[in-house]
Design a protein around this ligand. Structure first.
Ligand code: GLU
Ligand code: ZN
Length: 492
């Protein structure tokens, strides 16, 4: 699979808070592309915005990447030939490049104030002209610059866009041409000397010899600017070439609106807390803009990597569908071996939660019920409601379940069922089923209707794990006591 030139891709988020699923999808596609092509994944932290980036967000980001199962060949914690990989530690590099760009005439100081820019933009708009930067400071003379400085004006640094259209072939959307008037000279260094994303991102991509830039469609508009900057960097001997660009489609959420970072559904932590398996979530996210095959939605991540090709990435917006994500996760839960499944549930079983006290937890009962639970869960957090009946001294009746299951005649049915269960073989779920079936027959009820009151009496809920296995694991004494308690509640 090795390409002619080795593939070098990068994942370069800003560590601002809890990662969102769009970011995870971008990381996944870059990682899969690197692994598929036996290339290099560079993980770079774009933390130049001191106001928004915190050490805590950085730690969170690394923790998320590890949880998802990603590895990287260069970056935080692993180092590499282009270290450091945190932009906050590379400020001298950007200062140096900015100075070279000015010296070479590729960039210039712009002294326009916000008010002046706004006023001229308004005027251009009113005249029906393009409203981007008008090139006011492009060719200031030394005297003009001196005069501005004497006034005490501050300046930003602007990159000089060439007066020509930009054409490039996007790996996802094909050939794209942007006219010069739509991309005006843009800021690369703030008035306070802080370099901007517009500078640091392509400079690092150049220095880190990135061959493919795969990122979200929201960044498509910055590509013509970056290509122009690359050409300057090549002329200055800083860049070797221009990478290829591929823009991954938008992810649409509720109401066909772009899934926003603030959307609760977008938060990676939500999926962790609900008990998605990383491989289930990644399987689902890989389908946002890509497909494995026409008839297969569920696959392992190694299989995804083996098949991943940019040619199969679709330019159309992808729709985020939580139900589908859960269904795919459920399939991944089934794919685990029982032991791994049981271990994966531990955080929910051991957490101090309302359902049972830690000392009520029964390891043997858990091991016995785990295989039955594994076939039922969509997300691991559902485990607590499904097994709490085993650990609590008494079931807590879910009100709607009680109302639904306990109808007129339920007490008579329960009494018969109790008697037959009392006589049944409690080492055999089959025998317990026979008992409830026979009780139902006496009252003219099919198995489904006959077992509902028994289930609610014993587990507290109408829905749950297979009933007769549950009864066997709970044990005769507890089960019959609970049926007695339900009978007492019914006749009270
Ligand atoms: N730090 C940028 C972001 O998170 C990276 C954009 C890019 O991939 O070029 O939006
Ligand atoms: Zn200006």
């Amino acid at each position: 699979m090795a390409n002619a030139t080795p593939v070098r891709v990068r994942f370069c988020p800003s560590p601002t808070g809890n990662p969102h699923v769009g970011l995870v999808r971008t990381a996944l596609f870059n990682w899969a592309y690197a692994r598929h092509n036996e290339g290099t994944l560079v993980f770079r932290i774009e933390d130049t915005d001191a106001a928004r980036d915190s050490e805590e967000s950085y730690e969170q980001l690394l923790d998320s990447m590890r949880w998802l199962g990603f590895d990287w060949d260069e970056g935080p914690e692993v180092g590499g030939p282009h270290a450091p990989y945190r932009q906050s530690q590379r400020m001298d590099i950007y200062k140096d490049v900015a100075a070279k760009l000015i010296d070479g005439g590729y960039a210039y100081p712009c002294y326009c104030t916000t008010e002046e820019l706004d006023a001229r933009r308004e005027a251009a708009r009113a005249a029906g002209k393009p409203s981007g930067y008008d090139g006011h400071c492009r060719d200031l003379t030394a005297e003009q610059i001196q005069a501005y400085e004497a006034e005490g004006r501050k300046h930003i640094i602007r990159f000089r866009m060439p007066d020509e259209a930009t054409t490039f072939t996007d790996l996802v959307r094909g050939e794209i041409t942007v006219q010069a008037e739509n991309v005006t000279d843009y800021g690369i260094v703030r008035a306070n000397g802080a370099p901007l994303y517009t500078l640091v991102n392509p400079v690092d991509d150049a220095l880190m010899e990135i061959t493919h830039v795969l990122r979200g469609e929201d960044l498509l508009s910055s590509t013509p600017r970056q290509i122009a900057l690359y050409k300057a960097l090549i002329e200055l001997g800083i860049a070797k070439g221009i990478p290829e660009f591929g823009h991954l489609p938008y992810v649409m959420g509720e109401g066909n609106k772009k899934l926003s970072k603030r959307d609760p559904q977008a938060s990676l932590n939500l999926y962790r807390e609900r008990g998605f398996l990383p491989e289930g979530l990644l399987n689902y996210l890989s389908l946002l803009g890509w497909s494995f095959s026409a008839d297969q939605d569920v696959f392992s991540i190694p299989d995804m990597v083996a098949k991943f090709d940019l040619a199969d990435v679709n330019a159309n917006p992808a729709r985020f569908d939580l139900k589908k994500a859960e269904a795919i996760n459920a399939d991944h839960i089934r794919m685990l071996d029982v032991k791994t499944f049981a271990e994966a549930c531990e955080p929910w079983l051991r957490a101090p939660h309302a359902n049972w006290a830690p000392e009520e937890f029964d390891e043997a009962a858990w091991q016995a019920i785990a295989p039955h639970a594994q076939t039922r869960l969509k997300v691991l957090s559902e485990i607590t409601d499904n097994v709490d009946f085993l650990f609590r001294a008494e079931p807590v009746f879910d009100e709607p379940s009680w109302t639904k299951a306990m109808k007129e005649g339920s007490d008579a049915l329960l009494r018969t069922a109790r008697a037959k269960l009392d006589a049944a073989d409690w080492t055999s779920p089959e025998s317990l089923k026979e008992a409830v079936l026979a009780a139902g027959e006496e009252h003219g009820l099919k198995l489904g209707k006959a077992q509902a009151p028994v289930r609610v009496a014993v587990t507290g809920r109408t829905i749950g794990l297979p009933l007769f296995e549950s009864l066997e694991i709970l044990g005769k004494e507890k089960a019959l006591t609970r049926i007695d308690a339900a009978l007492a509640k019914l006749t009270a």
